[in-house]
Design a protein around this ligand. Sequence first.
Ligand SMILES: [Mg+2]
Length: 185
Amino acid sequence: MSGSSLLPQKLFWVDLEMTGLDPNKDCILEVAAEITDFNLKTLDSYEARIKQPKELVAERMQKNSWWQDYPENRDDFLSKTNDGKTITVVEDELLSLLKTHFGSQPAILAGNSIHNDRLFVKEYWPSLDLALHYRMLDVTTIKILFQGKFNIDYQKPNGHRAFDDIQASIAELQYYLDWFKNNQG
Ligand SMILES: [Mg+2]
C-alpha cells in the first residue's frame, strides 16, 4: 500500500455460524456483518439466516459434538433450516453492502480467528471473496500478544450467535485500543 488514499478507512466485520469448521463438509447457518470506521463506530450492519437442507444440518450437528454444549442454538437452527434466505441472495446483499461502503476498493475483513470465516467465504461466496483484501484484521492475533506479552487475558462472551459475536469482537478490540491509549510510554 502506498499513498494515503489507499490507507484503510473502514473495517468489514463478519461472523459466521456454521455447522462445523470444515468448509468442504459444513455449511453456513447465519451471518452478521458490520461496517465500522477505525474509531469502531458502526456505519452499517447486516444480519441473515441462511436456508440449508435440514438433513445436512442435522447430520453435521451430529458429527460435531460441541453442539451438545449449545442446545438452545442447536434447536433454534435445526427448527428453522427452511427459514431465511438462500446463500446466493445473501452473497448478493453482502456485495451490495460492500459496494456502498468500499466502492471498488477491497474491504478488510475483521473478526476473531477470521481466517476460519474466510475459508467459508472462499468456498460458498467466491464473488465476495474477490471483493475482499488479502489482508485481514484478526482480533485473536492481538489477544495472543496480550496474553503472552502483557499477561492480560481478556474474557469475552462466546454466545455463538453471529450478531452477538461481532459485538463481542468489536468490544474486545476496543479494550486493547483503550489499553494502548492508557499505557503509552
Ligand atoms: Mg460466531
